[in-house]
Design a protein. Structure first.
Length: 225
């Protein structure tokens, strides 16, 4: 009676099995990555909504939005000198750093209010250059009063703030009409979270702001004072 040889995988069969396993693993990893990216995008949108709440709360109390960054001692503005630091009391966050080697980083450290895709210790947001007050003599005077902002008939199309490169870590704290590359278009895939004047946050690609620039930056409503 012959002894049968034990059956085993051939090299080709083994390679096929490995290829199938690799394909399944890539699908699983890709799915997990998409879920994580979606969760980070949603979290970022939530942070922007909170910033919007803080901006309007500040505006109601002060009759204007916070001045832009880097102006402590200029025009009589007290410390902290960064617009997002001014929102601390309105959002119950310890944003009390207005100076130092990396104030943009320090103001956000341990607050939990930052884009998880961009980095927990960095600002990652900027707001529309048209909205903050401007220096007139020695005073900061509002460009736009809160009442006019609240009564704007195109609030859902007006840019308030959005994903941007961080102040003091490689970029500005303002989004300007001329230089919209300050917006971090690729943070969430091929788009950026944008906060609008009505409080909504929506993901848009670069083409959107190019096509709607006049409306986004209030240029169709100037003069607006």
């Amino acid at each position: 009676m012959r002894n049968r040889k034990p059956y085993g995988f051939t090299l080709i069969e083994m390679l096929v099995v490995i290829a199938i396993l690799a394909l399944l693993m890539s699908l699983v990893v890709s799915g997990i990555q998409r879920s994580l990216d979606r969760a980070r995008r949603v979290s970022c949108a939530s942070q922007l909504r909170q910033i919007g709440v803080g901006l309007f709360a500040y505006a109601v109390d002060n009759g204007k939005l916070p001045p832009p960054a880097g102006h402590a001692g200029n025009g009589g503005m007290p410390s902290p000198s960064f617009w997002y630091s001014s929102l601390g009391p309105y959002l119950e966050l310890p944003w009390d750093q207005g100076s130092g080697p990396n104030p943009g980083d320090m103001a956000f450290k341990k607050t939990g209010l930052s884009c998880p895709t961009y980095g927990a210790n960095r600002l990652g947001y900027a707001y529309n250059e048209f909205l903050p007050p401007a220096v007139r003599g020695n005073n900061w005077l509002a460009k736009v009063t809160p009442s006019k902002l609240l009564s704007d008939t195109r609030a859902s199309q007006r840019l308030l703030a959005g994903d941007a490169t961080a102040w003091f870590t490689g970029g500005p704290d303002m989004i300007t009409f001329q230089e919209t590359s300050h917006i971090d278009w690729f943070r969430h895939g091929n788009g950026a979270n944008l906060l609008f004047l009505d409080g909504s946050v929506r993901l848009h690609d670069k083409a959107y702001i190019t096509e709607n620039r006049q409306t986004l930056f209030f240029f169709d409503a100037l003069p607006y004072e």
